[in-house]
Design a protein around this ligand. Structure first.
Ligand SMILES: [Zn+2]
Length: 496
């Protein structure tokens, strides 16, 4: 992780300094040790000589913010979060916003903060970074500010939706149409409403046409299409508070807020509001309840079986029979679930037999020893390289190296370390491969167990049992093939 170290005195440090304690170099030492321990690639060290003061007096912080916007590093390393700013709420807001917008993590010896993680943003340390009452003020002010900007029709969310780019408009932001992308948005709504195509078909059609998504590739996801179809920004509207979020044990859950704000935006719509409303009606009619019953999942192969195209196979009811079909509708023909399960059990039996034969025929000849020897040499070299790196930190501390020399030397050694690590990994993989033979001894009883009990289980229990042993099943079937003319490739989980 490209890291910039930021050092700054606090008011308490000034008092210590009068007693002859040099806080900055003490802090530098601690942070360098931490960087070394956590393998952070320190590419720059910024020391604020002038303490306190307004942001515009803090030259190093200003440089840091500018470089943050230029994407020069991924993280800022500092003693504690309130070293970053303690002057006024406005300054702190600017600093936090800059880090947040550029996805820069704040690393302290105690904790790593990710400001784009809601829970981190509300973490007590961040709260105390901005004193409590200030935080509430800022939160309320920001919130009120965003609401009122939204009410005025400005765009108050993060990145612009596909089809638009975000542009400054006075103190606010609005959206400007990106013509090539807007064309695709129009095509999507047209297919959805006028051609009555579902998200899956639209994805395939867009890929076929070679149209690129926001990540500049043609792998459109169903989720993206659904999000686009529901987004009224495309009809020239601005929304706010559309979803409410609630933290729970299973993570944050969101819910549609029925009373969300939707007003005419300052921006131009790509489609008409009428078309958007028609799309919502279609979406409601298309809604497909999730493949779960009250008693759990219906598909014993859920989460395990994948189509040859890479997408999940899902269960579809078709003339009262349950068929496994590709969720991307890539053209691979589906098969009745009963046939697939039968085949799976058959294949597992064969696999078991071949494992048994293999174990019998194999004397314990192994090249593991030679590999282990190579590994130990590499291990030693890794240790040496790490010591060399540690040495650069020492030399910097002893001021034998200046910062420039340190950063250069450290950079060279770090990349050598990476190469060694790569070699180490490949040896390690080879060793693992060898050890797979040993894994067979674990696998055999597991497969036997599946064969013994499978038929008597509920789909839910079958699923759990299979997942404990099998990591993935890939399904192949050619167009026009007979019902039983399909192939399964089973990848076992190598459990320890
Ligand atoms: Zn497929």
């Amino acid at each position: 992780m490209r890291t910039c170290m930021y050092l700054r005195k606090s008011r308490a440090d000034l008092e210590k300094e009068q007693c002859g304690i040099d806080t900055l170099s003490a802090h530098k030492k601690i942070l360098l040790e931490h960087a070394n321990k956590e393998n952070l690639n320190v590419i720059d060290i910024k020391e604020e000589i002038v303490s306190g003061g307004q942001l515009f007096n803090r030259i190093e912080m200003l440089k840091l913010l500018a470089e943050a916007e230029d994407n020069k590093f991924d993280a800022v390393l500092c003693m504690d979060i309130d070293r970053l700013g303690r002057s006024g709420m406005k300054d702190q807001g600017i600093i936090l916003d800059t880090f947040k917008d550029n996805d820069i993590k704040i690393i302290t010896p105690q904790k790593v903060y990710d400001l784009n993680d809601e829970t981190d943003m509300l973490h007590t340390d961040v709260k105390s970074f901005i004193a409590r009452q200030e935080l509430n003020l800022i939160k309320n002010r920001l919130y009120r500010g965003r609401v009122s900007s939204a009410e005025d029709g400005y765009y108050v969310h993060g990145t612009a939706p596909f089809g638009y780019k975000k542009i400054k408009s006075g103190r606010n932001y609005t959206l400007e149409i990106v013509p090539e992308e807007a064309k695709i948005i129009k095509i999507i709504f047209d297919m959805y409403v006028n051609e009555d195509k579902g998200a899956v078909q639209i994805c395939n059609e867009l890929s076929r046409l070679g149209l690129k998504n926001a990540s500049s590739n043609t792998n459109w996801s169903v989720r993206t299409i659904k999000k686009i179809v529901h987004n009224e920004t495309y009809a020239g509207k601005i929304t706010f508070g559309k979803r409410t979020y609630k933290a729970s044990k299973e993570g944050t859950k969101s819910k549609l807020n029925p009373n969300y704000l939707a007003v005419d935006g300052k921006h131009e719509g790509i489609i008409s509001y009428d078309l958007w409303q028609q799309a919502q009606k279609k979406a409601k009619a298309r809604y497909n309840p999730p493949a779960r019953t009250n008693t759990g999942i219906r598909n014993p192969l859920a989460g395990i079986i994948k189509c040859s195209c890479g997408y999940a196979m899902v269960l579809k009811e078709d003339n009262k029979a349950l068929r496994l079909v590709c969720s991307k509708r890539c053209g691979t023909v589906g098969t009745n679930i009963i046939r697939v399960e039968k085949r799976l059990i058959h294949d597992l039996k064969e696999h078991l037999n071949s494992l048994l034969a293999e174990v019998k025929g194999k004397a314990v000849e192994s090249k593991t020893d030679a590999l282990l020897y190579k590994k130990s040499i590499l291990e030693e070299n890794l240790k040496k390289k790490q010591q060399q790196i540690n040495k650069t930190y020492e030399l910097l501390e002893q001021e034998i190296y200046d910062t420039d020399t340190f950063l250069k030397r450290n950079g060279v050694l770090s990349s050598e370390l990476e190469t060694l690590k790569k070699n180490f990994k490949s040896i390690d993989d080879e060793i693992k491969e060898e050890e797979e033979n040993i894994d067979n001894e674990v696998l055999i009883p597991q497969i036997k167990n599946i064969l013994d009990v499978y038929d008597n289980l509920t789909p839910d229990k079958k699923n759990k049992l299979l997942k404990s042993t099998i990591s993935r099943i890939t399904y192949y079937k050619k167009h026009g093939a007979k019902p039983d003319d399909f192939k399964l490739k089973i990848d076992m989980k190598i459990s320890k």
